[in-house]
Design a protein around this ligand. Sequence first.
Ligand code: AMP
Ligand code: MG
Length: 342
Amino acid sequence: MQTKIRPITPESLAEAKNLIFNGGVVAIPTETVYGLGGNAFDDHAVKRIFEVKGRPNDNPLIAHIHTDYDLSKIVDYDPPCAKQLREAFLPGPLTLVYPSTNKVSPFVSCGLNTLAVRVPSHEGAQAFLREVDIPIVAPSANISKHVSPTSAKHVYDDFQGKIPLILDGGECVGGIESTVCDVTGDVPVILRPGLITKEMIAEVVGACEEYTPDFSSGEKVKSPGVLYKHYSPRCQTRLYSSESVEFAISAYLREREKGEKVAVLCEEKRMPDFEKLGARCLNLGKTEEEMATRLYALLREAETCCNVLIAVEPTAKGGVMTGVLNRLRKACASVDIPHKKV
Ligand code: AMP
Ligand code: MG
């Protein structure tokens, strides 16, 4: 199969619609990362998404809708706090998990009685969602566990020959996936941190909690995606905390001495420590937004320029950095186990 990359035009949108209504998958841009889109009502299309990504079949998908889509078509109940959050943050990088049964393909939520719904703000995503006028499930358009894509080229690198069409909406500005927030209980609970932070949600609805699964208790995990090693570049990775840069420097020198091709991923202010050793540095930038935007592109660059990546956590914590650190830690996890809360 030939994989076409097309700018978003009336013609490419019509082609995308045709593919979607014939059970196909199409990659679409959003303001966070690119998604692999399929018809949420179509069992075959949803199964195809799991198959083409190699996604574990217990990791549910998010349904994407345009700003005027009637939410009551896909959820059972719309809690008052959800309305407040939609008014404050949508369209935007926030996914809300609603009570929902039998409204879309049962494969979307992998047997859970909830549905995660997102309204992206990206103009191209909105144009596509309006064109099809149905909910589109769209997990990140990367092979499962690989780094999420923030450009059409990243999607092409993972799915060349496997999907027919990539709608090119430029580079994603958000850079990390949406915040996933469960609104089925009394207090909203963040299942996956992102650009809409716990603090921002609490300011709107009065309170917000962060979910940390207790793996030792045998409890059923609320958001199975948190279980997996994820976002990982195809090179060895070693992650150091911001307080232990001297260990990162020793590791860098040790790997170089062994003859490995080494690169360093760190925030801008750390770079002189490594550059004076002649190291190749991948610059995460200065602000938390910059770090979110650049993280995935740099992890993909790492796999082209080194076989060992020494990563140093940025000093700032909390806010958007909770999401950035969550992704960086999972990207550098050596085994397929969950990481502790940031
Ligand atoms: P991705 O689409 O690859 O960005 O991943 C979607 C994330 O949303 C994963 O972490 C899923 O576990 C989570 N998710 C999707 N649907 C639900 C749901 N119904 N309940 C809880 N988490 C969900
Ligand atoms: Mg993903």
